[in-house]
Write a protein that binds this ligand. Structure first.
Ligand SMILES: [Zn+2]
Length: 351
């Protein structure tokens, strides 16, 4: 892939800030724009829809449908012409915008036939044509607005921690996972990191059965209304190899689907010399739910219990200069997201 490096030392296709979203929205003609509930800081949140759902109207809640032993009462996907829905959501945490790059390039590809690098991708286009796509480029615009640059490739672990998780009142880094000790965190920090909306809410750990932030309910509403066959929250994970994190408290069927996607991703990534974490064994385990301090029930778990389907966190490598032993560059990060999205589309469209 040809790389044009702009003045900011990022490739021309590396679009992931709030202005990039607005510019991309202006070219949407084939897709349908949805304005979702605005963020705590009153920033707009957009969803772009391609293709239409042919899901018949739901006649029961998911819980009631499963109680009736008939999922189709909630979402009838049994018709032979059923068109699967894929929901992709970027920038849950403001400093993790690698998925946003992939989503904005996918929109540009769908609208113009080429991505922002000027490349065609006939395979991805053909697959996208067979599905109903729901795309939220930036779920947490407040958090994104607090990251003053667009690229973590080559930056330091300290910069990532400062900008993404913020600092305590004494100026020390909040760090991970200690940054989760307060919810909301706003009154306990000096620098509010990109993890949070303007109220200091980390939407991954919202009060799912009580009062939720608009950013969180946007995502759960999409899952409940459209019953996507696969929903993905794109995150960045410093020095890790790309992976599907292990979700807690989800049905066995969803866990097995995760394993099928991992198997497919391993093949696709390896074909391009990229690695993907093979954590199929831990995907299938319930050991963490059985521990004394059980695994957290997070946004992914809540999404799964809204739609009963496969909901996952994809964790990208962020290309930091000084953290971890695995480091991808911009081109590899973008390629890996495209490969992953292609794997999902292949999986849901396979008969
Ligand atoms: Zn994250």
């Amino acid at each position: 892939m040809k790389q044009e490096v702009s003045k900011e030392n990022k490739p021309a296709y590396w679009k992931c800030n709030l202005q990039d979203v607005e510019h991309t929205l202006q070219e949407v003609k084939k897709g349908k724009l949805h304005k979702l509930k605005s963020s705590a800081g009153k920033r707009p949140i957009h969803m772009i829809e391609y293709g239409s759902s042919n899901l018949p109207a739901s006649r029961a809640t998911l819980s009631s449908a499963l109680g009736a032993h008939d999922y189709s009462c909630y979402a009838d996907k049994t018709g032979k012409d059923y068109r699967p829905t894929v929901f992709l959501a970027g920038c849950i945490h403001g400093g993790e915008f690698e998925g946003t790059v992939a989503i904005l390039n996918l929109i540009h590809l769908l609208e113009t036939g080429v991505d922002y690098a000027g490349n065609t991708n006939s395979e991805l286009l053909a697959l996208a044509d067979k599905v109903h796509l729901l795309l939220i480029p930036i779920c947490n615009p407040d958090g994104r607005s607090r990251i003053p640059f667009d690229n973590f490739v080559g930056r330091t672990f300290h910069e990532l921690r400062y900008y993404n998780q913020g600092t305590w009142k004494d100026g020390t880094l909040c760090g991970w996972p200690q940054c989760k000790r307060y919810f909301p965190i706003k009154d306990h920090v000096d620098y509010l990191g990109g993890y949070y909306n303007d109220d200091g809410v980390n939407i991954m750990h919202d009060d799912f059965f009580g009062h939720m932030a608009a950013e969180t309910s946007n995502i759960l509403d999409v899952c409940r209304l459209y019953a996507p066959d696969v929903s993905v929250l794109f995150h960045g994970g410093t020095g890790c190899k790309p992976n599907i994190t292990v979700p807690g408290y989800v049905a066995w069927k969803a866990k097995k689907r995760n394993c099928l996607l991992i198997e497919r991703s391993l093949r696709a990534f390896n074909a391009f010399g990229l690695e993907f974490v093979d954590n199929r064994e831990s995907q299938l385990s319930y050991a963490k739910e059985q521990a004394d301090i059980p695994k957290d029930f997070n946004l992914i778990s809540a999404m799964h219990h809204c739609c009963g389907e496969m909901c996952i966190t994809y964790e990208s490598n962020q290309g930091l200069a000084d953290h971890g032993t695995y480091r991808l560059n911009n081109e590899e990060i973008y390629l890996s997201h495209n490969l992953f999205i292609q794997c999902i589309l292949e999986m849901v469209t396979e008969k």
